[in-house]
Design a protein around this ligand. Structure first.
Ligand SMILES: Cc1cc2nc3c(=O)[nH]c(=O)nc-3n(C[C@H](O)[C@H](O)[C@H](O)COP(=O)(O)OP(=O)(O)OC[C@H]3O[C@@H](n4cnc5c(N)ncnc54)[C@H](O)[C@@H]3O)c2cc1C
Length: 385
């Protein structure tokens, strides 16, 4: 930016992982940024709010997510260094599939093509390396050495602190849904104040359908998702992050994170739950989720079959048709960008999303067809895992 030139201005609405990183990258690129969130960064209702999130580059044949995850990991490490906080644990990621799983074969091929260190393991190799796992029903596996876990809420908080250090103004206020029938966007806060900027980025996760019923509407379907934290046996270090990787059991539709920060052994249910209203939903986990997780633990991690439930959270996925993100202009307004549709896998990509948003606003990038609104419908046809 030339000295003396007025900075271009942008308002980013939403301080979840997508909005926080958009603010960081835009400010670093020389924009004057205001970051507005109704409830505060990674608040208890937001999709970015849990203690931990899985990071991995393995994504089947979806090389775009593999390359974004690699780029993003470098940025997460940069943020961890800058903030002096251990945000990332590269404890490895283990992908479990049925014998001969086409998804695992595609994952291995993409990881190889992208130069990501990984190993293919059969069931015997998995249990010999991780005797904590039960062998019954175990098929093939891939171990990705630099996968792992990120301390999610802390990471968003660190991104917002960094954004402030780059001059971003942070505000806690609710933005009203703009009138989508008007020829130009008018963006107001709930108290009537009008926000002025050259560009607007709406990174409002599961709230996007309510903010833009016409442009987004049913193209993002927020679903209720449950995660459970089980207590590990006393004096038993086998379930800590230095002894076990994060794992995804694709056939079972469950994933988990070892006992990070002694918070408990996390089990997440990846099947899409019922619709949820992110503002009003009570966040009480159902007995079905506990029973599903326990039945799974009995088979896959038998030492935890009777483990007590220490903590549980209800969050929401903001699902698009296929699971591909939405990062596109509002169809009516060229200065309004819609950024969301993380679809249960977006967290790790936050830094790459922020970079792409910055490149789009600077005119350095074109809208990626997979992230276009045009390709999204109201149907559920999940294709990204
Ligand atoms: C249970 C669960 C497990 C997951 N596991 C993983 C994982 O292991 N790995 C992974 O990579 N991803 C994972 N994800 C997905 C990932 O967490 C989400 O895709 C990501 O956090 C979405 O971030 P976001 O910034 O789009 O939305 P959010 O975090 O929801 O942020 C949106 C923000 O917008 C604000 N906002 C909304 N409306 C307004 C308004 N009108 N005015 C002002 N502010 C507003 C909200 O307050 C909120 O803070 C998981 C998600 C869930 C729910």
């Amino acid at each position: 930016m030339t000295q003396g030139m007025t900075k271009r201005s942008v308002v980013v609405v939403g301080a979840g992982v997508f909005g926080a990183w958009s603010a960081v990258r835009l400010a670093r690129d020389g924009w004057r940024v205001t970051l507005v969130d109704a409830y505060g960064p990674a608040n208890g209702r937001a999709s970015s709010s849990d203690h931990s999130r899985v990071i991995r580059a393995g994504y089947g044949a979806d090389a775009i997510y593999t390359t974004w995850a690699i780029e993003a990991l470098a940025d997460w490490r940069w943020l961890a260094k800058k903030s002096g906080d251990s945000l990332v644990e590269e404890c490895g990621a283990l992908f479990l599939g049925e014998p001969g799983s086409p998804h695992l074969a595609a994952t291995a091929a993409t990881l190889t093509a992208c130069g990501v260190t990984h190993e293919r393991l059969d069931a015997a190799a998995v249990v010999s390396r991780y005797p904590q796992l039960g062998v019954i029903g175990l098929g093939d596996a891939i171990y990705e050495a630099r996968g792992g876990v990120i301390r999610a809420r802390r990471a968003v908080a660190a991104a917002v602190t960094t954004a402030r250090a780059y001059g971003v103004t942070c505000r806690q206020a609710r933005v009203l849904p703009p009138d989508e029938s008007s020829s130009a966007p008018v963006v107001r806060l709930a108290d009537g104040e009008r926000l002025e900027a050259e560009q607007f980025v709406f990174a409002c996760g599961p709230w996007l359908p309510a903010l833009f019923p016409e442009a987004v509407g049913g193209r993002i379907r927020p679903t209720r998702q449950e995660v459970l934290y089980f207590g590990v046996p006393a004096g038993d270090g086998r379930f800590a992050i230095d002894r076990l990787p994060v794992w995804i059991d694709f056939a079972a539709g469950l994933y988990g994170i070892p006992d990070l920060d002694t918070h408990g052994f996390k089990v997440g249910i990846d099947h899409h739950g019922p619709p949820i209203d992110p503002d009003t939903a009570d966040r009480v986990v159902g007995s079905d989720a506990i029973a599903t997780a326990r039945a799974f633990l009995a088979r896959r991690f038998p030492a935890l079959m009777a483990a007590p439930l220490l903590d549980a959270r209800v969050c929401q996925y903001e699902n698009t048709t296929s699971g591909d993100f939405i990062i596109d202009r509002h169809p009516r307004w060229s200065d309004v960008w819609i950024v969301g549709g993380g679809s249960g896998h977006g967290f790790k990509h936050g830094p790459a999303v922020g970079k792409h948003v910055t490149d789009l606003l600077a005119g350095r990038a074109a809208v990626e067809p997979r992230f276009a609104l045009a390709g999204k419908s109201t149907a559920a046809a999940r294709a990204v895992y």
